[in-house]
Design a protein around this ligand. Sequence first.
Ligand SMILES: Nc1ncnc2c1ncn2[C@@H]1O[C@H](COP(=O)(O)OP(=O)(O)O)[C@@H](O)[C@H]1O
Ligand SMILES: [Mg+2]
Length: 352
Amino acid sequence: MEKILQVKDLNISFHTFAGEVKAIRGVSFDLHKGETLAIVGESGSGKSVTTKSIMRLLPSNNAEIKSGEILFGDIDIVKASERKMQSIRGKDISMIFQDPMTSLNPTMTIGKQIMEPLLKHQHMHKNEAKKRAIELLKLVGIPKAEIRFKQYPHQFSGGMRQRVVIAIALACNPKVLIADEPTTALDVTIQAQILELMKDLQSKIDTSIIFITHDLGVVANVADRVAVMYGGKIVEIGTVDEIFYNPKHPYTWGLISSMPSLDARDAELYAIPGTPPDLLNPPTGDAFAPRNQYALKIDLEKEPPMFKVSDTHYAATWLLHPDAPKVEPPAAVKKRMYKFKGAKTTPVKEDK
Ligand SMILES: Nc1ncnc2c1ncn2[C@@H]1O[C@H](COP(=O)(O)OP(=O)(O)O)[C@@H](O)[C@H]1O
Ligand SMILES: [Mg+2]
């Protein structure tokens, strides 16, 4: 399969008053043409930092890419000039952020804002750009596009604004679209509509998508593959089916167990005990060990490598070592496993 993006052994730190925060610790993954890769993990696991580095949008004052490569075609984004990045950003790789309000300019009509990348990157004539902008508004499901084109962001609801942001991101037919928790700031019904739109777009465009979410529940319906992040690392990666039906890492088990099930009797939610690792002083062994009821002695001493489960499925847990005791996923995971297939997306309201 054609690789659009290859992230290789990426290490990123932030220099803070408290010391060096080792936010990304050896992250590697490929993004294939036309696929949607979801990156999931608790808050602070490194999802946003990873994707900001792909856009080269890390804060310049304290962020440092210590090592690694981000290959986009024959360009290494880590080393590319800022000028090169300006020609890539918003054209070849574009991004949708969580809060549609901060991504839009309140003083400019949304039509102008959609036309901007078309004039800048595609060098379109004004009339041509206007025509394309209206097409884009229709593509993202905004009714009365011709009228809406002339309106300002405050005249749009939150969900409609996020549609506009998506239209802007798609304007130049990017090869990669990064959506960083695109529905988290929206209310439940609107979340479902935006997810529906993302799914619908997948079938209409051939852009590869990186979809970031802390909510595993939305993943089953939108992603082809899933990367699970913990403490600045990818701890498990596989196809959606592999992650939901044959999860291997106890952290993935924890995430699955904490998903609300469709069963109303399961009103009480499981939460993974403990807190994420301190990235100022990352642990020597498996960073999840202190929260892992299945932790082995070696977990505290030595970092597990990525064990191969299948050609598409890898997990970093010592439980996959041939000499490790055989451990089955907990009942809560098994109970949820058979429920995913065909399940409708049931987004859960984020408590902020
Ligand atoms: N500007 C920054 N300065 C210092 N630390 C940061 C900065 N941005 C992110 N971090 C740290 O990097 C880690 C990963 O953050 P992030 O990628 O935003 O997590 P996620 O998106 O998964 O919630 C966190 O420990 C966070 O505190
Ligand atoms: Mg984030």
